[in-house]
Design a protein around this ligand. Structure first.
Ligand SMILES: [Zn+2]
Length: 461
């Protein structure tokens, strides 16, 4: 993804925009425009001084997810296999031994290559388009099976003994809120109304993660509750389902890691930061995961605070999207070292191009609050931090609660310190883990769980 020197393009419009019909149509539309100098100055007047905490975490874990869809043969370009890769890299903030030797602008290409090579830590292969897996009766049924197998196997393990993995996390998150997560109302295969013995649909447990449909006999899996297969069609392009899977699995792997550290190394966890690419949100069919992640992180923060430790710093870093485009357009007007908590009012006045604000922006998707932050040296970032609440109360109440800066305590200053420390690297580089590894020693977190040793070996544990 382009990140360097990325500014709103003025010369890049296609001729379509100049077409008189289109221009007339656009005149009837509301959309995000570059603010005038007067508007911009009015907008940035609500930015306030950015807090400083003064202490960096000793370790940072950054994730990067990517997906690929490839035709299996040149003769059948629409028959594709999908591949998702989630890389996790651990950065040792105290150890300056990164990709760039001290005092040099030279980046060691061998070290960059090593990060990329080792970073295929978590990989998933999925049927793309026109492929049925294991003789399934449809492309979608094969896709469901592939997701079930790959989210359940040792590939998603972050601990050495295999006891911390995405499957375990999903079953823990199943009961974290009153309404269970792992329930499927209708059989994804036959879609028929189920007999009365299945009034609640298919309800899964750790010992029963696969149930046969009494109507059609097809297997229904606990992972079907994530609904990722719903975008799969027998003949179409399945890349949007694979994108949803990638988004969900990146957040789930990070959460599995944080949960393990909360259980086994809470002190080390409190001295760590986690950076996820993109907003703290789950979009599309698996969106219901977002409320579980929100509850999980709030519970972990409470647990650590009980023990006298600060919660870990969890940050979603946005490199593109509407909010980042807005921040870029505004950047030259924002004073250095100031920030803005992006509340619903702000979002709908300045970003959404809509005149009425929603009840609670991101109610079904977001588990973190977005902030625009400009550093003293003039770099502008859009960062998300987990909402410090277990659940979203009523929409109106939550819209106010999430916008109250006091609720974030010193989370904001701690997260900004991490951004300040890495700002130049983050600004120049597209891939977050590689960017962070520029100055500091970094280790790819290959499955097999060496993370516990890594955080405890240095006397953190
Ligand atoms: Zn069925």
């Amino acid at each position: 993804m382009p990140y360097k020197n990325q500014v709103a393009s003025k010369g890049g419009h296609s001729d379509i925009v100049k077409n008189p019909d289109v221009a007339l149509f656009l005149g009837e539309c509301d959309y995000m425009k570059e603010p005038s100098e007067e508007e911009a100055n009015e907008i940035v007047s609500s930015f306030i001084d950015a807090p400083l905490n003064g202490k960096l975490p000793s370790k940072v874990v950054a994730s990067d997810a990517s997906k690929f869809s490839e035709p299996i043969s040149g003769k059948f370009p629409s028959t594709q296999i999908g591949y998702v890769k989630v890389s996790l890299v651990l950065i040792d903030v105290e150890n300056y031994n990164g990709l760039t030797p001290i005092g040099s602008r030279y980046v060691d290409p061998f070290k960059v290559a090593a990060i990329h090579r080792n970073a295929d830590a978590f990989s998933f292969t999925l049927p793309g388009s026109n492929i049925t897996y294991k003789k399934a009766s449809s492309v979608a049924n094969g896709f469901r099976l592939a997701i079930y197998e790959q989210l359940s196997n040792s590939k998603t393990t972050v601990s050495k003994d295999g006891s911390y993995n995405v499957r375990k996390l999903l079953f823990e998150m199943n009961t974290i809120l009153p309404k269970p997560l792992l329930v499927v109302k209708h059989c994804p295969s036959c879609k028929n109304i189920l007999p009365s013995t299945h009034d609640d649909g298919f309800v899964f447990s750790d010992s029963s993660d696969k149930i046969n449909c009494p109507n059609c006999g097809e297997s229904v899996y606990y992972t079907d509750s994530l609904r990722i297969h719903e975008e799969i069609s027998d003949f179409g392009d399945n890349s949007s389902a694979i994108t949803r899977f990638m988004n969900a699995v990146e957040h789930l792997i990070m959460a599995t890691l944080i949960k393990m550290l909360a259980d086994l190394q809470p002190k080390a966890l409190s001295d760590m930061a986690f950076i996820i690419d993109g907003p703290l949100a789950i979009f599309g069919q698996p969106a219901r995961l977002h409320s579980r992640l929100m509850a999980l992180y709030a519970q972990i923060a409470a647990k650590l605070q009980e023990k006298g430790y600060e919660p870990p710093i969890i940050v979603g870093l946005q490199k593109d999207g509407q909010l980042m485009e807005h921040a870029r357009a505004l950047s030259r007007f924002i004073r250095g070292n100031t920030f803005k908590l992006v509340d619903d009012e702000y979002r709908f006045r300045h970003i959404k191009g809509s005149t009425s604000k929603s009840d609670n922006f991101g109610h079904e998707t977001y588990y973190g609050q977005d902030f625009i932050f400009k550093t003293s040296s003039g770099k502008t970032f859009v960062v998300g931090m987990p909402y410090p609440f277990e659940t979203k109360a009523s929409k109106a109440t939550f819209a106010n609660d999430k916008a109250n800066i006091d609720n974030y305590q010193n989370m904001i200053g701690r997260a900004f310190d991490v951004i300040r420390h890495f700002e130049f690297d983050l600004y120049e580089n597209a891939v977050v883990p590689v960017a962070l590894a520029h100055r500091h020693a970094s280790i790819s977190l290959i499955p097999g769980g060496k993370i516990l040793e890594l955080v405890s070996r240095n006397g953190l544990g």
